[in-house]
Every structure is written in structure tokens, then in C-alpha cells.
Design a protein around this ligand. Sequence first.
Ligand code: SF4
Length: 70
Amino acid sequence: MTVETKKIVEVDLKLCERQGVCIGIAPSVFQFGKDGQLEILEAEPPEDMWDAIEDAAAACPLNAITLRSK
Ligand code: SF4
């Protein structure tokens, strides 16, 4: 039996300064919305995106990105 693990990606918008580093690393997960705020396109990303999100979280200069188990 396989245990399905889910993870949730969160961004603390109070910290985010909209520099877009995360978008450069994981554009299928992070985008700027019409209002200029960062949007998360995949709040529960599939496992094959986790590495890119971890990379984006590590690269975020404000430490605003969290990927946590659900
Ligand atoms: S890298 Fe961090 S500060 Fe920059 S847009 Fe993404 S979440 Fe915001």
C-alpha cells in the first residue's frame, strides 16, 4: 500500500517584496496577479514540483515561502 503524502505551499504576503525570484525558479507554481500580488497557482502541488518549490523557498530573499506536509 502506498501512503500518499500531500504538501501545501504557502507564501507570507506580509514578507513578500515581489522580487519574483520564485517565479523565475518555479513559474508553474508562482505568478504575479493583475493586482501585482504574488499568486500561488498550485496550492497543493504534485510531488514532481516539490524540488523546484524547495529551491524557490531557499532562494527567496525574504524567506516568505513554506512547503509543508498537509
Ligand atoms: S521570491 Fe520571495 S519575495 Fe520574491 S516574489 Fe517570491 S515569495 Fe515574494
